[in-house]
Design a protein around this ligand. Structure first.
Ligand SMILES: *[C@@H]1O[C@H](CO)[C@@H](O)[C@H](O)[C@H]1NC(C)=O
Ligand SMILES: *[C@@H]1O[C@H](CO)[C@@H](O)[C@H](O)[C@H]1NC(C)=O
Ligand SMILES: *[C@@H]1O[C@H](CO)[C@@H](O)[C@H](O)[C@H]1NC(C)=O
Ligand SMILES: *[C@@H]1O[C@H](CO)[C@@H](O)[C@H](O)[C@H]1NC(C)=O
Ligand SMILES: *[C@@H]1O[C@H](CO)[C@@H](O)[C@H](O)[C@H]1NC(C)=O
Ligand SMILES: *[C@@H]1O[C@H](CO)[C@@H](O)[C@H](O)[C@H]1NC(C)=O
Ligand SMILES: *[C@@H]1O[C@H](CO)[C@@H](O)[C@H](O)[C@H]1NC(C)=O
Ligand SMILES: *[C@@H]1O[C@H](CO)[C@@H](O)[C@H](O)[C@H]1NC(C)=O
Ligand SMILES: *[C@@H]1O[C@H](CO)[C@@H](O)[C@H](O)[C@H]1NC(C)=O
Ligand SMILES: *[C@@H]1O[C@H](CO)[C@@H](O)[C@H](O)[C@H]1NC(C)=O
Ligand SMILES: *[C@@H]1O[C@H](CO)[C@@H](O)[C@H](O)[C@H]1NC(C)=O
Length: 260
């Protein structure tokens, strides 16, 4: 056989070599745009990644449906749930849980309005991990409250309330529930965590917030393979965005033949 055949410009060896070279070069230079777009972002001290995405800072496909959050002016991650705004205190990716507290806030320097609404979890993506319920009573008649020293102990400090009305809070099994509902407007329920052996006020409990578990695709496998989790809204499917291209679950599965 003629040796020079293999080294002419159109020999199979040269074409194969060139094809491989160009494919590898293209692979190296074109990192998948969705992988790049879904770089984790932070809001204050909070790192935000799948299933959450910051509405104004990240593409929708970087998150899971129903997990859009916003980053407020105070650099706090805000999550909307049944018409309430909650501050995300903590995200636990391992356990698929997050701790939320009402954005309306409590304490001396916060006004208790916008008023907290009843929480209703008709969304099957979220489940309350917290088991206790606190009740907040707004617009309690201060004149009637003055005479009730027990109820007065449950007063929550809210700035900006006029002297005629106050806010009180208690657990949902408190003996004063009936007395409060006589002196106040309808109560609003809010989940709280109560730990055995601790002695904290209901106000502090409300401030501390509560834990929700979420149901969304598990990102661990994709994350550990070097990918970034996302979602295709057209096919309505989980995607693992990898440097080369989107994969179904992990960057390690379904790789091209010539990738290592
Ligand atoms: C957020 O991510 C950065 C970089 O990955 C890391 O250094 C930092 O510790 C993370 N912060 C939290 C609160 O997890
Ligand atoms: C949450 O609700 C507020 C107002 O009710 C709105 O401005 C904000 O965009 C919502 N955020 C998200 C992530 O839906
Ligand atoms: C996850 O949940 C388990 C059991 O509920 C708990 O022991 C563990 O501390 C949690 N992990 C983190 C990081 O909070
Ligand atoms: C997600 O998957 C990882 C392993 O792939 C597992 O360790 C972890 O417990 C899973 N998390 C949840 C909330 O199911
Ligand atoms: C209290 O609130 C006012 C106005 O909302 C703010 O200017 C001030 O810094 C706050 N003080 C504290 C101690 O948070
Ligand atoms: C509070 O109760 C007193 C006595 O019943 C009543 O006179 C007063 O108008 C009430 N105040 C408000 C703000 O409802
Ligand atoms: C509060 O108690 C005092 C003394 O017991 C009584 O004179 C007054 O009428 C009470 N006020 C209200 C609003 O019940
Ligand atoms: C409290 O109620 C009285 C009578 O109902 C009213 O005259 C007064 O303006 C109210 N005070 C405030 C701060 O709203
Ligand atoms: C909140 O829910 C409680 C019962 O769960 C109900 O009695 C109350 O009227 C509700 N409050 C509002 C403002 O919807
Ligand atoms: C709880 O703390 C309050 C003051 O913060 C105190 O008066 C009360 O005795 C404490 N109760 C218990 C059971 O320790
Ligand atoms: C979603 O999948 C469709 C069909 O495979 C594809 O055409 C589209 O580019 C994908 N979109 C995203 C945002 O991944």
């Amino acid at each position: 056989m003629n040796r020079s055949f293999f080294f002419t410009p159109f020999s199979p060896v040269v074409i194969l070599f060139m094809a491989t070279f160009f494919l590898l070069a293209e692979k190296a230079s074109c990192t998948d745009p969705q992988f790049l777009a879904c770089e984790p972002k932070s809001c204050g001290a909070q790192n935000i990644s799948f299933p959450f995405h910051i509405q104004t800072a990240q593409q929708e496909f970087c998150g899971y449906p129903g997990f859009a959050i916003s980053c407020n002016g105070k650099n706090k991650a805000v999550f909307n749930l049944s018409n309430n705004e909650y501050i995300i205190q903590e995200i636990d990716d391992q356990n698929h849980s997050l701790r939320l507290s009402n954005a309306a806030g409590f304490g001396k320097n916060t006004s208790c309005s916008p008023q907290i609404q009843n929480i209703s979890l008709n969304d099957d993506r979220f489940r309350l991990s917290t088991t206790r319920t606190g009740v907040l009573f707004y617009n309690c008649n201060s004149t009637l409250l003055e005479n009730d020293s027990k109820l007065l102990n449950h007063k929550v400090d809210c700035s900006g309330e006029n002297g005629n009305v106050s806010t009180v809070a208690m657990l949902d099994d408190d003996a004063l529930l009936g007395s409060a509902s006589e002196k106040c407007e309808a109560g609003v329920v809010a989940p709280v965590d109560v730990y055995t052996g601790e002695n904290v006020s209901i106000g502090k409990m409300l401030e501390r917030g509560f834990v929700l578990n979420w149901v969304a695709s598990n990102c661990s496998e994709c994350d550990e393979s070097g990918g970034r989790c996302g979602f295709n809204y057209t096919t309505y499917q989980f995607k693992c965005f990898c440097p080369d291209r989107p994969h179904a679950r992990s960057c390690k599965s379904g790789e091209y033949f010539f990738s290592s």
